[in-house]
Design a protein around this ligand. Structure first.
Ligand SMILES: [Zn+2]
Length: 119
């Protein structure tokens, strides 16, 4: 039994279009399905757990923004709310880190500048 590549539903072997989502079945020599067409989105399985912000992931993203970015990329299709939340924390962590290193740079630059002056 073939399966629809867009929604994952079972197809009858003669069907030219999926009865569930209306997408054309990719089969050689089959006539195009009659309108109305629906937008054919590749099928993504339903989430295994609810899509909500995850505090642990947010903390990891905040502490290690690079990991946050990777997890964001892995999750944003199935868990957009959770991905957005941890992406936000990764950005905050990254911004704070950048600000801190700029401040440190200015601090040590000023120190060495003062140190180089002959009083
Ligand atoms: Zn389908």
């Amino acid at each position: 039994m073939p399966y629809c590549v867009y929604c994952g539903n079972e197809l009858s072997s003669e069907a030219a279009a999926c009865p569930h989502c209306g997408c054309a079945v990719d089969r050689p020599n089959s006539p195009p399905p009659p309108p109305p067409y629906q937008p054919c989105q590749p099928y993504t399985p339903p989430p295994a757990y609810p899509d909500e912000p995850n505090t642990g992931l947010n903390i990891i993203a905040f502490l290690i923004p690079a990991i946050g970015a990777i997890v964001y990329l892995l999750k944003y299709q199935q868990y957009p709310i959770q991905a957005k939340s941890l992406g936000k924390w990764a950005l905050i962590g990254f911004a704070l880190r950048t600000a801190a290193s700029v401040l440190l740079f200015i601090f040590f630059f000023t120190l060495s500048f003062l140190g180089s002056m002959r009083w």
